[in-house]
Design a protein around this ligand. Structure first.
Ligand SMILES: *Cc1c(COP(=O)(O)O)cnc(C)c1O
Length: 390
């Protein structure tokens, strides 16, 4: 017979304290600020909203926040159409776009300028589509005339998938020009704006973009977990006809529930509050000014890089992030590692770009003083890695 497995209140309390002490240590072990291209540092006024409230999602209180978020997202996307919030990271909204628009054996065009463009291709292949890929080398943007050439050669292509800000390279695509071509040739344009949304100019309706997807953890500076999708009437017509298999991401269900201020499944209610705080702040600033603040931050970062003699990886860069090329013999991964130790987290290049580029995220309301400190650390570690004194 062993001792009963009951501890005295004081012993239990001690154990609890010990446990939470450990937890606190584990949390405080993360001693860096995020300068990564998503997730980004979340400001206090957004964090404060997350833990405070929980309402029932079939109740009026939720419909209120739903309506407020809807209005805020329409402003950021510059659209009059509904915007749906999904409980999923950005890739979830990409998948939602594909399974709602693409039927097996459909022909689609994917205009690719990096890793996220490749994700569209993979999703479309899984959906059973015949995929025509227009691929540019990493660092370049998609030339709109090439999109036009591909579409003129294949009049059965229904949808064109592309990316606003290609986070793997820092390149920006000319969505306005591509939108004009797609409208003229009567094709549905689907844009991954997960990274660019809020950072780069994007006028969904005026630029004839039929479908846009976005995510919470990039330029809106909300924690990860939510993504967004909006569709034009033309796109809805295709959704109604398409035979892609969907359940959780069935956008027609989202549309039915949106009419009463709800989502079909239990939403990430706490994140809605964070998102609402972010969107209200952006609405107050105005979306054009929010874009401009990203442009100014991008210029500030690029000025500092130029002074170090570093070149940008992207020929036409987005305002969401700056990818800089490392000179031969300088390992960017070492700089990233050293800066992390000093409290500033940048991102490496992905796959075979690892070490060859460093990506500096400047999405969200980053302060100039905090960026100045981060870049001073980058400078120091770069000069060290390059074997130059400073
Ligand atoms: C971050 C990002 C995504 C989505 O990635 P998740 O990890 O699923 O949020 C998609 N496209 C681009 C361009 C991105 O930057």
């Amino acid at each position: 017979m062993g001792k009963p497995a009951v501890s005295t209140p004081s012993a239990a309390g001690k154990k609890e304290r010990k446990k939470s002490g450990k937890g606190a240590r584990a949390r405080s072990a993360v001693k860096y600020k995020l300068f990564t291209p998503g997730p980004v540092q979340v400001p206090g006024y957004i964090l404060d909203e997350l833990g405070s409230k929980l309402v029932y999602h079939r109740e009026e209180a939720f419909s209120k926040i739903f309506a407020s978020v809807q209005k805020g997202l329409q402003k950021v996307l510059v659209t009059r159409n509904d915007v749906f919030v999904l409980t999923a990271s950005g890739t979830g909204a990409m998948e939602a776009a594909v399974v709602n628009l693409v039927s097996p054996e459909d022909k689609v065009l994917v205009a690719i300028s990096g890793k996220f463009g490749e994700r569209w291709r993979e999703l479309c292949i899984r959906a059973g589509a015949y995929v025509d890929s227009l691929t540019r080398p990493y660092g370049e943007s998609v030339p709109p005339v090439e999109v036009e050439r591909h579409l003129l050669a294949a009049d059965t292509v229904k949808c064109v998938f592309t990316t606003l800000a290609e986070t793997s390279t820092g390149a920006l695509n000319d969505i306005k020009a591509i939108g004009e071509i797609c409208r003229r040739l009567n094709r549905i344009l689907v844009v991954d704006a997960v990274a660019g949304l809020g950072a780069d100019e994007l006028r969904t309706d005026a630029w004839h973009v039929d479908v846009v997807v976005g995510g919470s953890q990039k330029a809106l500076a909300v924690p990860p977990g939510l993504s967004f999708i909006t569709l034009s009437e033309r796109a809805w017509e295709l959704v109604q006809r398409s035979k892609g298999v969907r359940y959780y991401f069935d956008l027609q269900a989202y549309r039915r529930f949106a009419a009463k201020g709800q989502t079909p499944w239990t939403p990430a209610i706490s994140l809605f509050y964070g998102l609402d705080a972010a969107l209200r702040r952006i609405a107050k600033t105005g979306v054009v000014r929010y874009w401009n603040s990203h442009k100014q931050m991008a210029q500030f970062v690029r000025g500092k890089m130029k002074r170090l003699g570093l070149e940008l990886f992207a020929a036409k860069p987005s305002n969401a992030l700056t990818a800089v090329k490392m000179p031969v013999g300088v390992d960017g991964a070492k700089i990233v590692e050293a800066c992390k130790g000093e409290g500033f987290l940048f991102a490496n290049g992905q796959a075979n770009l690892r070490g060859k580029i460093v990506r500096i995220g400047h999405m969200g309301p980053v302060s100039k003083s905090s960026m100045t400190r981060a870049l001073a650390c980058f400078r120091k570690q770069f000069l060290k890695a390059a074997g130059r004194a400073h």
